[in-house]
Design a protein around this ligand. Structure first.
Ligand SMILES: [Zn+2]
Length: 589
């Protein structure tokens, strides 16, 4: 059930948290708030506080806290959609439109499952044909010539589509498979001028393609004779989008997690050859350049990716293009360009696994690779300028401010260029929304200091404080995790763009991480501060504490680096510590 935040704000503004909680917990007025016995822990004197004004609750005894939504979810054991529905009823808000949408989404899911099923049927049909049909002999011979034994061909379910126009179609009919699903899955097509259907894949070797969960989504087909096109993929369908899929990902997932890195190659045959030569943490793009979607997909599993390109001009060009997709995603990316016009398949067949892994081991990080090949190694001045411009454009598209600054400083060092030029002279830092699943946020286990939450409350309530927070430096004092920073910045942006009746509750509800939401709620309820009047003093106190905490943390890191004999790191950390100490004494904000 996807209900827009404005509607949720509307529902919240029409119900009263004191009445909703008061239905199950007797509440008494106490000062500006209401208090009662906490429903979340056993107590004799009330420390459970409900703020009428903020539309939030907080327990000083056990630390529970949140909004009317979180209350119903926790106390009533409801899911969010259930809590939403109940409150919508109370508020007289009609959700049927969104419920209709939810039904449509379910119908779409069902449709996708039907496509997975018919594609699995086709995979088995083509694989059986590959193994048994007399006319598939040339496909079997080809596979053997590429070093694939029958057992291996069976593992990847290699298929063969016979020459006729209706081989698959006839099989579908005979086995009572739904023709409309096969049509929607791009397996068959309507005849242009007459009634009836024909097979899309004919006289081709077929690589079945699965999504990351192992569902069948399509085929990659390679012609065996002189036919054209040489490669034919499934067309775009409800389940197949070549810009978002990586061949072999499901099978390679475990090996990728174990190796803590993924190898990306360009062809199905390359991936298969690597796999059966014992390089199991490799995936392939489907004959396309790497996209940002690929990078996002991979970043769910690893933070290091090695992209292997063919050793020809096209390979080098593809390597250059891939930086645009990979660099802004913050993946540690390295590049291998194979020697002597090899592709990964021919290389590993001729040189073996050890030689291939040695190349991967020596892979060059993306940024130096780019700078060395296209900037330093380029003698033509206009081409040099082109490379610089390309690099600057890519840098400016990086959403995460920390990542961006890290890339700027590295690129400035490598190229000897003024960082301002790489930044494009932009003084306003752009924050593009980064969609982060809540689970990633929950992975941030470290308990953040209380001051952080007070500052975030300031950020939600005071526009000037928000501006300061959006610059990022202050957040960096208490948060080291880039995910957390990116999500927090995005939250501040959202807070800014919304005008809810109860801004505090709205801000708390839009905080994506459930596990830390009570801490934020506490900052709104518990601190008896009239922030709009003396917010700067509160701000300065918090920043001072955070700075001192950070100085202590850096001190620990200095000792560790010193013990490890890492002199550069010691100097770097000391410099940062001095900076903070200076700011601290100067009382600057
Ligand atoms: Zn409690």
């Amino acid at each position: 059930l996807a209900v827009p935040p404005e509607v949720i704000d509307e529902i919240r503004s029409r119900v009263d948290i004191v009445r909703v909680i008061g239905d199950s917990v007797p509440l008494k007025k106490s000062g500006r708030n209401f208090v009662g016995l906490c429903p979340f822990h056993n107590e004799k004197s009330p420390s459970f506080t409900v703020s009428d004004q903020k539309q939030l609750y907080h327990c000083f005894g056990c630390g529970e806290g949140g909004t009317v939504f979180t209350y119903l979810m926790k106390a009533g054991h409801l899911t969010f959609p259930e809590a939403l529905e109940r409150l919508a009823n109370l508020a007289g808000v009609d959700l049927s439109r969104y419920q209709q949408e939810a039904r449509e989404i379910n119908a779409f899911k069902e449709k996708r499952q039907k496509l997975h099923r018919v594609l699995s049927y086709a995979r088995d049909f083509y694989h059986f044909t590959f193994l048994n049909a007399p006319e598939a002999k040339k496909a079997r011979t080809y596979a053997i010539s590429r070093g694939l034994k029958e057992k291996e061909a069976s593992l990847v379910k290699l298929g063969f589509a016979p020459e006729g126009w209706q081989s698959l179609f006839n099989a579908l009919i005979k086995d009572h498979q739904p023709v409309e699903d096969a049509l929607a899955a791009g397996l068959i097509a309507k005849r242009p001028r007459e009634e009836g259907f024909y097979d899309v894949f004919r006289d081709r070797l077929l690589f079945p393609i699965e999504d990351a969960k192992g569902n069948m989504v399509g085929f990659g087909g390679r012609v065996l004779g002189d036919g054209t096109p040489k490669y034919l993929n499934s067309s775009q369908t409800a389940v197949f989008d070549k810009g978002k899929l990586l061949y072999g990902l499901c099978a390679a997932e475990e090996a990728i997690r174990k190796a803590k890195k993924a190898i990306v190659v360009e062809g199905y045959m390359d991936q298969v050859a690597l796999r059966f030569h014992g390089v199991e943490h490799a995936v392939a793009t489907l004959g396309t350049a790497l996209t940002e979607h690929h990078a996002q997909l991979l970043s769910k599993y690893v933070d290091e990716v090695i992209v292997v390109f063919d050793g020809d001009e096209a390979g080098v060009k593809a390597a250059r293009r891939s930086m645009r997709a990979l660099l802004p995603q913050g993946l540690r990316t390295k590049v291998v360009v194979l020697p002597n016009e090899h592709d990964p398949d021919t290389f590993i067949q001729e040189e073996g696994r050890g030689a291939f892994l040695a190349l991967v081991e020596k892979a060059e990080p993306m940024l130096p690779f780019f700078v060395n090949r296209f900037f330093k190694g380029e003698s033509d001045v206009s081409k040099k300028a082109e490379a610089m411009e390309e690099l600057a454009t890519i840098i400016q598209s990086v959403g995460n401010v920390y990542l961006k600054e890290a890339i700027v400083s590295e690129a400035a060092k490598l190229t000897g260029t003024d960082p301002a030029i790489l930044r494009g002279g932009m003084s306003v830092r752009k924050i593009t929304p980064v969609a982060r699943p809540a689970s990633v946020m929950s992975a941030v286990k470290a308990e953040k200091p209380n001051e952080l939450w007070v500052l975030l409350r300031l950020g939600a309530e005071v526009p000037d404080a928000r501006k300061r927070l959006l610059q990022g430096e202050i957040l960096g004092l208490s948060v080291q995790e880039p995910e957390f920073v990116a999500t927090t910045l995005q939250w501040l942006k959202n807070v800014e763009s919304r005008s809810a009746d109860s801004p505090a509750a709205s801000a708390v509800d839009s905080w994506v991480d459930e596990s830390t939401r009570p801490l934020l709620a506490r900052a709104f309820v518990a601190e008896e501060l009239t922030l709009t009047q003396n917010w700067e003093q509160v701000w300065n106190d918090c920043v001072k504490k955070l700075r001192q905490r950070e100085i202590r943390r850096l001190g620990g890191l200095v000792r560790a680096a010193d013990d490890g004999g890492e002199e550069d790191k010691v100097l770097q950390l000391m410099k940062r510590m001095d900076e903070l100490k200076r700011l601290d004494q100067g009382g600057e904000k």
